[in-house]
Design a binder for this molecule. Structure first.
Ligand code: SF4
Length: 393
């Protein structure tokens, strides 16, 4: 592991009187310029300065008039979250810890693969849900991130790879909203940030390369297809309601059938017909890894155009769960294959920098007291997991 940068915790003084343009997608940036008496064509100029050239100082935005630059400096700002730590894994994985307004910290992770570079972005400080197998969930919840704090993670990652320099190829080719938090519990800010990811004058990613992963906030999922056409992943983790009620408590409110029907309706709203939902299934030893679970899952997903991503559980202290055995994993995968499903198995990456699935923890004050209750129950703190991988939402 290579820790590249550490900055000491500092009291952050948010400059709330100025509008942070970093998190404004094109339509909201247009509203902002209208509010200060400027023309709409400024929108594309400023988006390019911020998101394609990495410029945060209005004085350097040289195709704006001097008068406009001076005006912007008094009413607006471009402020990314403060970079606290950056870790480089031996396998190319990178992780950033950034400090948000108010001093709380969240993490983003970059995972390089042969044909893509995927950035996993957080949407909340902690998580408002409490999935039983998730280290992030055990840390409790503080608040939703602003759109600037979400897109600021993308800005930080691109900057880290030198991607704002002329002629440097962008290595962040895909973004998944699968870091800390449930994105659909922070609907408006996540939608704004994803719009910037796909905006031609910002990061220009295609809708297939931006993925929102949800544990199943069904009413918000019903609305999602009206405002965006990003790729969808659902965190299933169980093939029936009895088991899923235990693993993913939001299932008690929005059971499996309603989540799958809402996912189907999301696909139906997309203009292109060949899109599939990614189904995330974390395999836990002796909990949800049996052949009958695989058969039940295969049947449950029969009518949903989907690909299934199997994720071996990453143990963390006092989780009460164990990693699936290789035998059980292979058997589970084969049953799904034989039933005609497309199945992938997520490989472990970034395990030397704690960047794995469900293991992003950040550093924050838990307003739910969930972390304290967990400590009380087990007598010690939820620690960072020993093995990490990818991400889960
Ligand atoms: S798995 Fe996702 S939704 Fe569930 S607690 Fe963890 S971060 Fe939240």
């Amino acid at each position: 592991m290579n820790r590249v940068l550490v900055s000491e915790p500092a009291v952050v003084e948010p400059q709330q009187q100025r509008v942070n343009l970093l998190g404004l997608p094109a339509d909201k940036l247009a509203d902002f310029f209208a509010s200060i008496g400027e023309k709409r064509f400024r929108v594309n100029q400023v988006l390019k300065w911020i998101h394609q050239r990495g410029v945060t100082d209005f004085a350097l935005m040289t195709d704006l008039s001097k008068a406009l630059r001076d005006k912007l400096a008094t009413v607006a700002e471009v402020r990314a979250p403060e970079l606290v730590e950056e870790h480089h894994s031996a396998d190319g994985t990178r992780k950033w810890l950034v400090r948000t307004d108010g001093g709380e910290c969240v993490e983003a992770v970059f995972i390089p693969e042969k044909d893509r570079g995927t950035l996993c972005v957080s949407s909340q400080i902690g998580c408002s849900l409490d999935c039983s197998f998730c280290a992030t969930g055990k840390q409790g919840f503080n608040r939703n991130l602003s759109a600037a704090e979400i897109i600021g993670q993308v800005w930080t990652a691109v900057n880290s790879f030198g991607g704002f320099e002329p002629g440097v190829e962008r290595v962040v080719s895909n973004v998944v909203m699968m870091g800390m938090g449930e994105p659909l519990m922070n609907f408006d800010n996540v939608v704004d940030a994803m719009a910037l990811m796909m905006e031609d004058c910002a990061y220009g990613l295609s809708k297939r390369r931006v993925t929102l992963s949800t544990a199943g906030v069904v009413p918000a999922l019903e609305r999602l297809g009206d405002v965006t056409d990003v790729s969808l992943a659902i965190s299933l983790h169980a093939p029936n309601n009895a088991l899923r009620n235990e693993l993913v408590p939001i299932n008690r409110k929005y059971p499996l059938e309603s989540l799958i029907a809402a996912s189907r309706r999301y696909l139906d709203k997309l203009p292109d017909t060949h899109r599939k939902v990614t189904v995330e299934y974390t395999l836990i030893d002796q909990v949800n890894d049996r052949p009958e679970h695989a058969r039940e899952l295969a049947a449950l997903l029969k009518a949903l155009p989907c690909k299934i991503n199997l994720i071996p559980f990453n143990p963390f202290p006092n989780s009460g769960y164990k990693r699936v055995s290789n035998n059980a994993l292979n058997r589970f995968r084969d049953i799904l294959f034989q039933a005609g499903h497309t199945v992938t198995v997520r490989t472990t990456r970034g395990d030397d920098i704690a960047a794995a699935c469900g293991q992003l923890a950040g550093s924050f004050n838990d307003k739910t007291r969930r972390k304290a209750r967990h400590q009380q129950r087990y007598g010690r703190e939820v620690e960072q997991p020993v093995r990490l991988v990818g991400l889960q939402g």
